[in-house]
Design a protein around this ligand. Structure first.
Ligand code: ZN
Length: 172
């Protein structure tokens, strides 16, 4: 008999298809996993936004992970309330995003210690604007180039410090 905890552990490891360094649990998309006495799983998710193209791949990943864990049947339910917010992204996931060169949501988004030595990194509280820090050099002097980056979830920014463009996971 497969337990809900086992199915949840398997499903929690499903990566975000657009940002593979983080999982659906890291991003707060995975809400609940239940398994009935027959071994049928119901996985509840809250998509990041309406029409996110990654959701089909996420549902497919959930079904296959839950079956691999022993669920005899898998239903993926979507709940929209409360609406997903970038506040659900775990601290651990923010550090993973930053390490992958994606500025996580939030002002002065660099996690402590993540910037290279010598980088001008403002303390969170002192950040004067919601501009993200450069995930490459840690500079706070960054400018938005475009509302959309490599995916609709991200905006394209450029660092004035090192001159490199980077993706910023948009707040919402
Ligand atoms: Zn930079």
């Amino acid at each position: 008999m497969v337990s809900a905890a086992r199915v949840r552990a398997a499903v929690a490891g499903v990566p975000d298809p657009e940002i593979r360094v983080v999982t659906i649990e890291d991003l707060g998309i995975l809400r609940e996993v239940t398994v009935d006495t027959e071994g049928r799983a119901v996985v509840t998710i809250t998509p990041t936004y309406v029409g996110c193209p990654a959701m089909d791949a996420i549902r497919t990943g959930i079904r296959s992970a839950a079956r691999d864990a022993g669920a005899v049947d898998v239903r993926v339910d979507t709940v929209w309330a409360p609406a997903w917010t970038t506040a659900w992204i775990s601290e651990d996931a923010r550090a993973k995003l930053y390490a992958a060169g994606i500025a996580p949501p939030g002002a002065g988004a660099a996690p402590p210690g993540a910037a290279p030595a010598g980088a001008r990194l403002l303390p969170l509280a002192a950040a004067p604007s919601p501009a993200p820090h450069c995930p490459r050099c840690g500079s706070a002097e960054t400018a938005r180039l475009a509302r959309f980056g490599s995916t609709a979830c991200k905006a394209l920014w450029r660092c004035e410090g090192c001159g490199e463009p980077f993706d910023h996971f948009k707040e919402h």
